[in-house]
Write a protein that binds this ligand. Structure first.
Ligand SMILES: NC(=O)c1ccc[n+]([C@@H]2O[C@H](COP(=O)([O-])OP(=O)(O)OC[C@H]3O[C@@H](n4cnc5c(N)ncnc54)[C@H](OP(=O)(O)O)[C@@H]3O)[C@@H](O)[C@H]2O)c1
Length: 367
């Protein structure tokens, strides 16, 4: 590994420390190196607070002069919640800036590097870019595709069931899977579900792990065309929730006490319910980077149009399936898939630790 790659790897590790907290900002890390020695490090922790470069410059002090800055994302050139980092790097006398990825935000998009170059700073970009993108799939998706990065979590039995046929509340997974779900929620900008799950399970969909001095709660999102979910549902118990309803659905009592617990947004209908691309577009406009979908079979099927999906049985065993997996409301996993699952983790499956998670673009598994 080259020295540049080594330092960028360290910067990526630092960026990852902000996994659960930077939203809606990207996770970014920075390392300052002078004469082969690290003189300052930093990462962005929370929107509105200093960016990674500012923390690293602060740690380096006068030693920043003549140093190389390794930054996982192009330094910003605009005044947002904080002043431009490009200016701070120039003022500190940084001689060279190596960044992993260009900022897809049109307010930056190359302008940060151009500003550095114009000030005589040597710039390079693209080093370990895939690492920076992998850390920020939602941030890149929002600016490049106009929608968040979507993950679908489905707890599923070996015969592809995701809920009780009688319609009651059931537990399919065990402790380990629930811990996984907490980790996925913690990094997500929003957790999204359907009216069916709210009415049957009444989940809170919140983060209950403590990972630092404060815990960021994701936005709770419910797709409820006709506004059937009662305003006192547990999912509306946090400080922010959005209900997407059909544009032509009857007016709900959204004033007064209701209005405090949930905001109602109207979107067009589609063949199966609400227009999911319209929902995603609106969430992107609300700066939602990553969405974790935790729903029942019906909404999961709505997310099914996909080119690929993954079934996760455990971290060591990940399997890709063709597009037509479970097409046509098939009730059972195909023999091949079932064999793969059993081969991957027979003991864990037997203990009920079977969790499937389709990665973006999402796939659905009908009950
Ligand atoms: N295994 C798991 O991982 C898991 C997770 C959560 C829940 N569950 C189980 O799933 C069961 C509930 O499943 P469910 O299918 O009734 O509920 P669901 O998938 O959570 O919600 C379905 C509802 O979402 C609304 N919706 C809005 N737009 C939609 C669209 N484009 N496509 C599809 N639906 C859309 C529809 O209600 P409107 O027409 O009223 O809008 C629809 O009835 C419960 O038994 C629960 O325990 C399992």
């Amino acid at each position: 590994m080259t020295e540049d790659a080594l330092h960028m790897t360290r910067a990526l590790d630092l960026a990852a420390l902000g996994l659960n907290t930077t939203d809606p900002n990207p996770r970014v890390g920075c390392v300052l190196v002078r004469h082969g020695r690290i003189v300052g490090e930093g990462w962005h922790e929370r929107a509105g607070e200093p960016h990674a470069e500012v923390h690293a410059l602060h740690a380096a002090g006068a030693q920043a002069r003549g140093a190389t800055a390794y930054v996982t994302l192009e330094p910003c050139s605009h005044t947002g919640r904080t002043p431009p980092c490009a200016d701070a790097l120039i003022a500190a006398g940084i001689a060279r800036v190596v960044c992993a990825a260009r900022d897809p935000n049109p307010r930056v998009a190359g302008a940060g590097l151009a500003r550095l170059e114009a000030a005589g700073v040597a710039v390079q970009s693209g080093l370990l870019e895939s690492g920076a993108r992998a850390l920020n799939p939602g941030f890149f998706s929002r600016f490049e595709r106009g929608r968040p990065h979507v993950r679908l979590k489905l707890a599923m039995s070996l015969d592809a069931r995701t809920g009780s046929a009688e319609g009651g509340r059931t537990w399919i997974t065990g402790e380990a899977s629930r811990a996984d779900v907490q980790a996925w929620r913690a990094r997500s900008s929003a957790v999204l579900t359907g009216a069916g799950t709210v009415l049957i399970d009444n989940p809170r969909l919140d983060v209950r792990i403590v990972y630092g001095p404060w815990v960021r709660q994701p936005l709770r999102v419910v797709l409820d065309s006709e506004l059937r979910c009662p305003p006192h549902s547990a999912v509306f118990g946090g400080d922010h929730a959005i209900v997407f309803a059909a544009a032509d659905a009857a007016q709900a009592s959204v004033e007064g006490a209701d209005a405090a617990s949930r905001r109602i947004e109207r979107v067009p209908r589609s063949e199966r319910g609400l227009d999911l691309p319209a929902v995603m577009q609106r969430l992107a406009a609300l700066e939602v980077n990553e969405v974790l979908v935790e729903c029942g079979a019906r909404l999961a099927a709505g997310f099914r149009r996909c080119r690929r999906s993954r079934l996760r049985t455990n971290p060591q065993a990940e399997t890709r399936f063709p597009n037509n997996f479970l097409e046509g409301r098939t009730q059972r996993l195909s023999g091949k898939v079932r064999a793969l699952c059993e081969a991957a983790a027979p003991k864990r499956l037997a203990r009920g630790r079977h969790m499937s998670a389709a990665k973006d673009p999402v796939a659905g598994f009908p009950r």
